[in-house]
Design a binder for this molecule. Structure first.
Ligand code: ARG
Length: 285
């Protein structure tokens, strides 16, 4: 009979038990990093860049991943490609299938082939050179149910259909409207890829896309202006640890309240190129 013993009845928890799963990341050291052109509002070629500091900050991020038990593969940087450090833009990998990138700006075009070459040399059996413009995980985010796909500044809306067909996952197009948040990963991060848990900055999206996000992710963590401007949404989660810019201080407590362990990272030099933690990190799923 249905006798319920109150002592063992489970209480709904405000602090769900989180667990990290080991990840494999592809990163590219910023040895040739620089701001020599302007393709987003953060880039100012007049501001000097300290390459040695950029390398040290990047190494700290890489070592942090390794100390958390993740695998980090390194892509050899090329001279003349100062944005290569933003490795997230080079491809999107889901279930071992690789959709390469096609960059919107001429200045970054040559990065796409370097990534394709790396995947072919590392035994990925299904590698597609895309027909339509997409900048890898800059505009594609993988949740349990969807491939969230940004558009408006970089990725062509046609790349969404291409990705859906290639991965066999439902693609959800989201319109970006603020040039400071030109890639989806500057305005939205996946916190738990087993349960569709995300955080995002609503003003970066069109009213319709905001409504879509509200409907599909009613429990999402939303960020305010200051944390968004500190690139707080450009974070990487392993299911437990959320690595994000340390300046995004307003996100730490809400993440802890949800049972995550925020890990603050200082990538101030790379911010001059308009990128941070997630931009430097391509996940090899
Ligand atoms: N300077 C680079 C660009 O504008 C930064 C890319 C940042 N990457 C990212 N995944 N949001 O293309």
């Amino acid at each position: 009979m249905g006798i319920i013993c109150p002592a063992v009845r489970e209480e709904p928890s405000l602090h769900p038990l989180r667990s990290a799963t080991p990840r494999r990341y592809l990163m590219c050291p910023p040895e040739h990093f620089g701001v020599t052109y302007t393709i987003n509002p953060w880039m100012d070629p007049a501001k000097p860049v300290d390459v040695a500091l950029a390398v040290a900050q990047w190494e700290d991020l890489r070592d942090r991943y390794r100390s958390l038990g993740h695998t980090v593969e390194e892509l050899v940087p090329r001279h003349g490609l100062p944005d290569m450090v933003f490795a997230a833009n080079g491809a999107t990998v889901v279930d071992g299938r690789v959709l390469g990138a096609r960059f919107a700006h001429r200045e970054r075009e040559a990065e796409a082939a370097v990534h394709l070459e790396w995947f072919r040399a590392h035994g990925f059996p299904s590698v597609r050179e895309p027909v339509h413009i997409n900048e890898g995980e800059g505009d594609f985010a993988v949740t349990a149910s969807y491939l969230l796909a940004g558009r408006g500044f970089r990725a062509s809306p046609l790349s969404h259909g291409e990705a859906q067909e290639f991965f066999g996952r439902p693609v959800l197009g989201l319109d970006l409207v603020d040039p400071r948040y030109y890639h989806l990963d500057t305005a939205l991060a996946v916190l738990d890829d087993t349960t569709d848990e995300i955080m995002y900055y609503p003003p970066a999206f069109s009213p319709g896309s905001r409504e879509v996000l509200r409907r599909l992710f009613p429990d999402a963590l939303t960020a305010g202006d200051e944390d968004a401007a500190a690139f707080g949404l450009n974070g990487v989660s392993d299911g437990l640890h959320v690595l994000l810019p340390q300046a995004a201080t307003g996100l730490f407590e809400p993440l802890r309240d949800r049972g995550f362990e925020p890990v603050g990272i200082d990538l101030s030099e790379l911010l001059k190129g308009g990128g941070s933690v997630k931009c430097c990190t391509q996940e090899l799923r």
